[in-house]
Write a protein that binds this ligand. Structure first.
Ligand SMILES: [Zn+2]
Ligand SMILES: [Zn+2]
Length: 137
């Protein structure tokens, strides 16, 4: 029997206080090199995947969540360890899940580099994925 329902993926912060579930039905995925993603993650870029907001739910640790930003667009961190779990974007309709916080691999793969125009000078992109100066088309 075929099961066509997307399976839920679990994710969590570094300390485990905040955990979420998200359906493995991401709409797009990219590596973002913008300065905000670099600062939020402390990394050269942020691999993330986008999905409708109602397909993600907090499974544990609502009281430990720290939100940075306003109601319609904010980053969701663990208030204890600081991990960036996901960002609420696009007028609150989508979330961008940081792929590094997932417990297991999603079906989707980042297939492009975005905001390469503000990429860190000390980092060199060594794959052949398409690069966009800002948002992808
Ligand atoms: Zn934590
Ligand atoms: Zn970014």
């Amino acid at each position: 029997m075929r099961n066509e329902e997307p399976r839920p993926l679990a994710g969590q912060c570094l300390c485990g206080a905040v955990r979420y579930l998200v359906l493995d039905a991401f709409v797009y995925a990219a590596n973002c090199h913008c300065s905000q993603c670099r600062r939020a993650t402390g990394s050269a870029f942020k691999p993330f995947a986008g999905i409708e907001r109602d397909k993600l739910s907090l499974a544990h640790g609502e009281d430990d969540v720290m939100r940075f930003g306003d109601h319609q667009a904010h980053d969701v961190h663990c208030g204890r360890c600081g991990s960036l779990l996901y960002s609420v974007v696009r007028n609150g309709e989508y979330v961008h899940v940081t792929l590094g916080t997932l417990d297991s691999a999603p079906s989707i793969r980042p297939d492009k580099h975005i905001f390469v125009g503000s990429k860190a000078a000390w980092f060199t992109i060594t794959d052949d994925l398409p690069q966009f100066l800002e948002h992808a088309d």
